[in-house]
Ligand binder design. Structure first.
Ligand SMILES: Cc1cc2nc3c(=O)[nH]c(=O)nc-3n(C[C@H](O)[C@H](O)[C@H](O)COP(=O)(O)O)c2cc1C
Length: 324
């Protein structure tokens, strides 16, 4: 197992074993006004929506979580079964591992056996910042073909890269790489954060300099990668990195704030996915009310996805219907 595979395994194991969530649940601060006179019957409510020209059964995306080590195949398969059942979108975790070791492709491509209306490929911005134009476009083609993806997400995860000891925070050149990819690649490219959030200012820069097709704001309030790295450091008795993880545990822009800021600077039609701390259908409804087009869920589905397909489907049913 190489370093990337080990890290992928650790992220899953730590996220399952420890409480890696932010100390703050920002969704609790948002209150939707009750409508005592809805004038619509429950059975008439249609959750279906269109996102990136694909019809989804509900405005929900299973956010990119894993791939790149052996057990990830099982997790991705269970998530894919749930995505098929509800006809919702699904992302995979960073596909860098399969670029480094093609034997790991099937830990991602397992989702191709399922009928998923919107599949999202994934690569870290720190990686593409290091590649030349030819390599950016070649590798983008490889990872999109791997899962027959409809769109490609570039993950801006510099907080994560900084807090993990083996992280690679190659931030310089990132904007240019996104520009090349979004202008020259044949599939739509979106930008995603992984828990620290995208501000209105960053969205404005991306929109004025690149051709991105959407933004997953990936805000704070849910899974904290600083927390994940705190526990990874603790396993190694690495006191310095434990301190770093603790310091940045709750760092980031709250997801509800990201949605509002990003919506302000984007045109109405630019899709916004709201990932970060979504734990139930009510949180998702709040995200939509604030201006998002869909809500993304990662950690709340992880435990069930390590069990069985039926468990994952049940979890998604109860999240959508009743909340956690
Ligand atoms: C174990 C784990 C691994 C993740 N790996 C990736 C990844 O490789 N690429 C990525 O863009 N996001 C990754 N994420 C971030 C999620 O897509 C999501 O943005 C984040 O977990 C916040 O959502 P949540 O609060 O519902 O967990 C990962 C999340 C978890 C829990």
């Amino acid at each position: 197992m190489n370093i990337t595979e080990e890290r992928k395994r650790d992220h899953i194991e730590v996220s399952l074993k420890e409480d890696v969530s932010s100390n703050k649940n920002y969704w609790n601060y948002i209150e939707l006004e009750h409508n005592a006179l809805p004038e619509i019957n429950e059975e008439e409510i249609d959750l279906s929506t269109k996102l990136f020209n694909k019809k989804l059964g509900a405005p929900i995306i299973i956010a990119g979580i894993t791939g790149g080590y052996s057990s990830a195949k099982y997790i991705n398969e269970n998530l894919a079964a749930a995505a098929e059942k509800f006809q919702i979108g699904m992302g995979v975790g960073s596909q860098r591992a399969a670029l480094e070791n093609p034997k790991l492709k099937e830990t991602y491509s397992v989702i191709n056996s399922y009928d998923i209306p919107l599949k999202i490929a994934n690569i870290g911005a720190s990686q593409i910042a290091l590649w030349n134009k030819k390599k950016i476009l070649e590798n983008a083609k490889k990872i999109v073909e791997m899962i027959d993806a409809d769109i490609l997400a570039v993950c801006l995860n510099f907080l994560q890269e900084i807090v993990q000891p083996e992280g690679e925070a190659h931030a310089k050149g990132c904007l240019e790489a996104i520009k090349i990819l979004s202008k020259e690649f044949k599939k739509p490219v979106i930008i995603k954060e992984s828990g620290a959030g995208i501000s209105g200012k960053v969205a404005e820069t991306l929109l004025s300099k690149t051709n991105i097709a959407g933004i997953d704001v990936g805000g704070a309030g849910g899974t904290s990668f600083s927390a994940v790295e705190y526990y990874r450091a603790k396993m190694k008795n690495d006191k310095l990195n434990m301190r770093v993880g603790q310091t940045f545990w709750d760092w980031g822009i709250p997801t509800p704030k990201c949605i509002q800021e990003v919506r302000k600077v984007t045109k109405k039609e630019l899709p916004i996915i709201a990932t970060g701390g979504i734990k139930n259908g009510l949180d998702a409804a709040k995200a939509l009310a604030l201006g998002a087009n869909a809500a993304g869920i990662a950690h709340s589905l992880l435990e069930s996805a390590t069990k069985y397909k039926q468990q994952t489907i049940f979890e998604l049913t109860s999240l959508e219907t009743y909340g956690s």
